[in-house]
Design a protein around this ligand. Sequence first.
Ligand code: DLZ
Length: 220
Amino acid sequence: MATLKGPGAAETHDGSKLRIGIIHARWNKTIIEALVNGTKKSLKQQGVKEENIVVESVPGSYELPLAVQRFYAASQVQGASSAVAGGVATVTSGIGDLLGGSASQTDLHGSLQPGEPEKQAGVTALRHAFDAVVAIGVLIKGETMHFEYIADAVSHGLMRVQLDTGIPVIFGLLTVLNEGQGLARAGLEGGKGLQSNGHNHGEDWGNAAVELAVKRRAWA
Ligand code: DLZ
C-alpha cells in the first residue's frame, strides 16, 4: 500500500554547479554509513559532482551544530584569497584542521565561478562557498535523559546556524527509540517486527539539499 508519509517524488534540479557539505556524527556507525551513502547517492543523481561533495565527521550528534557552523566558516576563510583574486576557490585544509583532525585537500570549485557578480564583491561572495550542508546523526534513546537533551540542543543549534548563515542546513538527525528504528530508516533491515521498506532517509536529505540550494539562489 502506498504511504502518505514522506516528501513524495523528489523534484529534479540541476545540482552540477553546487557544492554540498555533509557532516556526520560517528555514533551508531552502521546506520550513519548507510545514511551518508544514501545522501551522496541522491546528490549525485541530481548532478552534484563527486569532487563537490565534502564529507567530514565529528564524534557525536551534540557536536554537529558547531561543526556545521565552522565548516561554513572554514569554506569562507579558505576561499578568500582566490575568490578575491577572481579565481576558483581551492581549499587546502578543511574542517579537520579546525577541529583538530587531519587536513584534507579539497577542491571547492563549483559555485564560485569566475565572473559571477557576487564573486567580484570579494568576501560577500564567500557566503556561497557551500550551497547547503547536510548534518547527519543518529540518536538512540537510552535509559537516561541524554537523548532528550541532545536531541533538543542539536535541533535548535542546527536551525540557528541555518538562520544565522542563510545557508540551508538539512536536518539529518534521526531520533529513534531503538536501533531497529534507526536501521529501518537507513534502508537496512530493522529489529524484530521492524521491517525496512528499503527506504533510506539519506536520499531525501540529498534531494532536499539540492532543492534548497537551487531555490535559495532564486530567493536571494
Ligand atoms: C553521549 C551520547 C549518547 C549517550 N548517545 C549518543 C547517540 O545515541 N548518538 C550520538 O550521535 N551521540 C551520542 N552521544 C554522544 C554525544 O553526542 C556527544 O558526542 C558527547 O556527549 C560529547 O559531547
